[in-house]
Ligand binder design. Sequence first.
Ligand code: NAD
Length: 376
Amino acid sequence: MSRPLGVGIIGAGVISQTYLENLGSFPDVSVVAVGDLLPERAQAKAAEHGVPAWGTPEDVLGNPDVDLVVNLTIPQVHVAVSRAAVAAGKHVWTEKPIGLDRDATRALLAQADAAGVRIGSAPDTLLGPGFQSAKRAIQAGVIGEPLFVQTAFQTQGPDLWHPEPAFLFAHGAGPLLDMGPYYFSALVSLLGPIAGVDARGSRPRLERTIRTGPRAGETFPVEVPSTVQVLTSFAGGQHGTHLLSFDSALERHGIVEIHGSEGTMVLPDPNQFDGRIAYVRPLGVLRDGMKTEQEWIEIEREGAVVGRGLGVLDMARAIAADRPHVATGELGYHVLDVMLSAQDSAASGRYFEIESTVAPVPLLPDGFDPFARTLG
Ligand SMILES: NC(=O)c1ccc[n+]([C@@H]2O[C@H](COP(=O)([O-])OP(=O)(O)OC[C@H]3O[C@@H](n4cnc5c(N)ncnc54)[C@H](O)[C@@H]3O)[C@@H](O)[C@H]2O)c1
């Protein structure tokens, strides 16, 4: 048996808290270093979570106990930080999106291949018991053959509650790139690659106002469409519609419906690790006076609900077992390609074929228990 995987975190901001808590509870990984451009942030996180080493990103990359770097920096530097980690001989798990442009992200994947190290890419919500149980049920045929899908993420926008919301309306974000990874990663891992997209977008307000915090009242520019509607064609023959909006007065998100030949299933919010899974079967004949309410059949979820960090744990075990991990860099790249193509389609009004593809995404192994010790 090999030893637990040594993990070094780069980026000690907001999301590092939940990663540090969860990774610290898995016996198969050991967080050995934290680094940040602002080393004092890394120092504070290391002290709080009992991590033995802290410092700059270079300190993490030079640490011989680090086997895998968890990249929790901001999207604009994801590829640069991941490439530096690969150059240092480390495996990488990166927060989403894996990168912001195709060429740089492809270069990262090629560099990792050549170096013989692995890339994993968020979101790892698709490793949670909610999505995994739904996928098992669909693969077992409870709704027959999947035919078409519908997803919706619609809110008034994060400027309603975020004290520094400008970055969420800037190039590299917007509802498409910020929230799209959850929806498209889940669907691709369920139905396979997307072959083409058509999209329309709008920017009803070119400027928005911060509503909360010390900068409330300040305005900021909206650089990208704040509403995008995407029509997808899957290589497997299904099609989908996807609403991603920061402009809707109706707050409704996490809607994922898979319509099959023998039923329709509602899946958990793809930005959560758990949630309701239920399906309905087609009604028989509807006669006058007959009850039209459909009976919901609930599906039980299997596995512990943990949260972010599952993808790193899966990589640790997959590396040790020499099996593929679930949330790969190729999946992250394909989803990025889909989103950038939707962005191009919204700008030009044209249909875009998707050049990239991805191998079938495996389920987690049966009985995957995050808290079991299987290494070392
Ligand atoms: N906050 C969330 O709820 C959330 C949820 C899911 C995913 N994410 C993703 O996680 C990532 C981080 O988000 P966050 O909210 O923690 O951001 P954050 O701004 O709070 O933290 C980012 C940290 O990275 C550091 N950093 C920036 N550039 C760096 C570099 N070149 N080298 C080393 N460190 C650098 C910053 O100093 C900062 O401490 C983003 O990719 C985001 O999309 C965040």
